[in-house]
Design a binder for this molecule. Structure first.
Ligand code: 5GP
Length: 143
């Protein structure tokens, strides 16, 4: 499962191509960050590379990985400023048995708020788009 070929029809590839909607936080020619539609906490963000067709961490060329992790740090900083969480997790799943459900390499940034438990990974109802947009606006303003 760690050797799966990249499938251009995965949902994140469709978001990159504009074939599926997403509440975007940041985009340039290489990086896209957007709100997770099944958030585990308020401000749960995803960061992906737009041109590296990597399924998981082992597939990605190191220059692209560096661009990705730099973006993760920048977005996490904007989440700190914009949403004022008490902490955050950076999570990244490799292979279905490890919990990966979308097979385009991505990093989760999951804000942690003291006293508030996290939702389950990839579970529950999709979040309200207006609520996601309001959080994304606060994050974008801090970038
Ligand atoms: P994985 O399980 O592969 O680590 O993470 C995939 C993430 O993508 C999950 O947290 C899931 O909630 C999120 N997700 C799945 N489908 C969509 C979608 O269509 N749009 C957005 N924004 N997030 C999605």
């Amino acid at each position: 499962m760690l050797n799966a070929a990249y499938d251009c029809e995965n949902i994140f590839a469709k978001i990159i191509r504009g074939e599926m909607p997403a509440v975007k936080i940041y985009e340039d020619d290489k990086i896209l960050s957007f709100m997770d539609v099944f958030p585990q906490s308020d401000g749960h963000a995803l960061v992906i590379h737009k041109t590296a067709q990597a399924v998981n961490l082992l597939d990605v060329e190191q220059g692209a990985l560096s661009e990705l992790t730099t973006a993760v740090q920048n977005i996490a900083g904007a989440i700190k400023t914009g949403l004022n969480p008490d902490g955050f997790r950076v999570v990244q799943f490799n292979g279905a048995p490890a919990g990966q459900t979308v097979f385009h390499l991505h990093f989760h940034i999951i804000p942690i708020y003291e006293g508030k438990s996290l939702g389950r990974h990839g579970d529950g109802a999709p979040a309200d788009t207006d609520a996601l947009e309001a959080m994304a606006a606060k994050i974008r303003a801090a970038l």
